[in-house]
Design a protein around this ligand. Structure first.
Ligand SMILES: C[S@@+](CC[C@H](N)C(=O)[O-])C[C@H]1O[C@@H](n2cnc3c(N)ncnc32)[C@H](O)[C@@H]1O
Length: 218
């Protein structure tokens, strides 16, 4: 517990963590490039980022974009922000908030790409509304993404993946959808840069195949 508290105190001092209690938390909507990154580069989000492996991994591949990891857990964000600091990646930031509140933090079209990495599968029927590929969340992603922006989703979980494909099939605003139920043996394999999150490692070792899909909103 003391370790967690120390991490929370460090997050409060860090420039790359935007969280409740900091002035930017209230004013950043529509102003990430100007106020946080001080450049005009496109923004990639990683939702449910946990320790931010994608956020940091993608940032290592590209200096030409800004990368923001979002998660509700401060101690996980501390790990990602520590990693980004150690590597000197100034085009990386973390936002501690619930994804439900996404529209409070991003203006329409402010984001160029979204990665959703291994979200909680929420298998119970009564939790369908909490699945991060539920139509309610997709509507939010559509609003913050620029018109040509890609949504990319990686999971080990068959139930959540099938659910997501069904949700997408029922919408009339999805284009350029491609997917695989076995990413590592697919032509789409090159698209994920081989970055493995904590949860991917855990489930791959347990024998689960990694599923991946991408699409754009029409
Ligand atoms: C299964 S973990 C995956 C973490 C990481 N993406 C990975 O692959 O290792 C799911 C993450 O989603 C976060 N999370 C779940 N629901 C959330 C929500 N509504 N808003 C923000 N974060 C959420 C949890 O705190 C957790 O870190």
């Amino acid at each position: 517990m003391r370790k967690k508290l120390r991490r929370f105190e460090e997050n409060a001092q860090r420039r790359n963590v935007v969280e409740p209690g900091k002035p930017l938390f209230e004013t950043i909507k529509g102003k990430w490039k100007e106020k946080q990154f001080k450049n005009d580069n496109p923004i990639t989000l990683e939702l449910a980022c946990g320790r931010g492996e994608y956020t940091v991994g993608l940032a290592q591949h590209s200096n030409a974009s800004n990368f923001i990891g979002i998660d509700i857990k401060g101690d996980r964000i501390w790990k990602g922000s520590s990693h980004a600091d150690t590597l000197g990646l100034e085009h990386v930031a973390f936002l501690r908030t619930k994804i439900h509140d996404l529209l409070n933090f991003f203006a329409p079209g402010e984001v160029s790409e979204i990665w959703l990495t291994f979200p909680d599968p929420r298998p119970r029927d009564r939790d369908i509304k909490r699945r991060l590929t539920n139509p309610r969340f997709l509507d939010m992603y559509k609003e913050v993404l620029e018109p040509e922006g890609w949504f990319r989703f990686k999971t080990d979980n068959t139930g959540l993946f099938e659910y997501t494909l069904e949700v997408l099939a029922e919408r009339n605003d999805i284009r350029d959808l491609e997917f695989t139920k076995d990413l590592y043996n697919s032509p789409l394999n090159a698209e994920h840069f081989g970055i493995k999150t904590k949860y991917e490692k855990m489930f791959s070792e347990a024998g689960e195949k990694i599923k991946y899909l991408k699409f754009r909103f029409a």
